[in-house]
Design a protein around this ligand. Structure first.
Ligand SMILES: [Zn+2]
Length: 134
């Protein structure tokens, strides 16, 4: 009985490791409330230069120093406007998608989608070794 449980635990660990190795960039939503969104490519977000720069540029989840990745989404009838934006950590892939609402106070970001950080934060050491051998 114990060995069966141990075998299952070991298999579980293996599967978790496999899942963690498959670290993928989340697919951004193709539409929001029926409005199609056309996404531009991911690019590096501008680095913020100020006294709190380390806090603002780095990832709060995995401490990646940044900069984070940024993508803009266009939507709307006729001439599509910049209506959405997405932020992603290039390391743990934590991703947030916002709708950009403009009102009298300025730009308001309303979160519409969220992907939590993916499990495997560590550098892919095995992959580095493999590419060194090739
Ligand atoms: Zn991160």
């Amino acid at each position: 009985m114990t060995t069966e449980l141990e075998a299952l635990r070991a298999e579980n660990e293996q599967l978790r490791a496999q899942l963690a190795a498959v670290r993928t960039v989340p697919e951004l939503p193709a539409e929001h409330q029926g409005e199609p969104i056309e996404w531009r490519r991911w690019e590096q977000a501008p680095v913020i230069q100020c006294a709190r720069a380390d806090d603002l540029n780095s990832c709060p989840q995995c401490d990646h120093p940044g900069p984070s990745m940024l993508a803009f989404g266009l939507a709307g009838p006729g001439r599509p406007l910049l209506r959405y934006q997405a932020h992603r950590c290039p390391h743990c892939q934590e991703t947030r998608v916002y709708r950009r609402d403009r009102d009298l106070r300025g730009l308001d970001l309303v979160e519409i989608a969220y992907w939590p950080p993916q499990r495997d934060y560590q550098p892919d050491v095995a992959g580095v070794v493999e590419s060194a051998d090739a």
